[in-house]
Design a binder for this molecule. Structure first.
Ligand SMILES: [Zn+2]
Length: 244
């Protein structure tokens, strides 16, 4: 009788013990992840692969020479910040370049240096990623008033358009509304036929993070804070894209 009583007590206590452990685990989970989008939590196991493609590099400076700025350097800085943010959200990140180089040597095709460089980017994107984002800086010498962020996607790719929209909303909220307090300038999404959008087989966008020909945008492009905010906003847009 006594033996039986002891056995039941142990059995009940064991049940209680495991219930307590489960309860503590659940509390820990929600405290740790309360600020994280749930998709990021799930994707920590799936680990989606994001290819970041900083435009230009090496011999190809991109736009900006007339202003003592080079697009290639701005692209790389924002891309490295974006890489850091995405890794912080448990994504796998692959860079087409992580230093000041052009990529034509990585292509076997017989073509101009420019096309070989683009071909190398295309191969790296297709071979490594689930989605990609190319980072560039815009210029419009004919209209220095033109400013703002543009997010390009390939016209027939609905997934790319969804990604573009997600990043666009995030930039408008994080950068234009919260950081710059601007209501009349907004990021926009634009369908276009750029090589990197047309020739790649995974969803992706090309983001022009401002116009170097516009004085206000140029000031922002020089600012480390703006670069960090843009990178953070792109990262949040990508997280939201996977969440939906
Ligand atoms: Zn460019």
């Amino acid at each position: 009788m006594l033996k039986r009583y002891v056995f039941i007590t142990i059995k009940i206590n064991k049940k209680l013990f495991f219930s307590c452990i489960l309860f503590i685990c659940m509390i820990c989970f929600f405290v740790t992840w309360k600020d994280e989008p749930l998709a990021t939590v799930f994707h920590s196991s799936i680990r989606s692969k994001i290819v970041i493609d900083p435009g230009h590099g090496g011999i190809d400076g991109g736009t900006g020479e007339n202003f003592g700025l080079l697009e290639k350097n701005i692209n790389l800085k924002v891309s490295l910040k974006l890489k850091k943010s995405l890794i912080g959200k448990n994504f796998n990140v692959i860079m087409t370049r992580d230093k000041d180089v052009s990529l034509e040597e990585k292509s076997d095709i017989k073509a101009s240096r420019y096309l070989k460089d683009l071909d190398a980017r295309k191969s790296m994107i297709n071979n490594n990623g689930d989605i990609f984002t190319s980072i560039h800086v815009d210029a419009n010498p004919d209209s220095i008033k033109t400013r703002g962020v543009k997010i390009y996607y390939y016209p027939t790719s609905t997934e790319s358009k969804r990604l573009a929209q997600s990043i666009c909303t995030s930039i408008n909220n994080t950068v234009y509304k919260s950081f710059l307090n601007m209501n009349n300038t907004k990021a926009v999404i634009v369908p276009d036929d750029f090589y990197v959008l047309r020739e790649t087989q995974i969803p992706g966008v090309l983001i022009e993070i401002g116009f170097i020909t516009n004085p206000e945008d140029r000031k922002l492009l020089r600012s480390e804070k703006y670069k960090a905010k843009i990178a953070q906003a792109i990262c949040n847009g990508i997280v939201k894209y996977f969440k939906e």
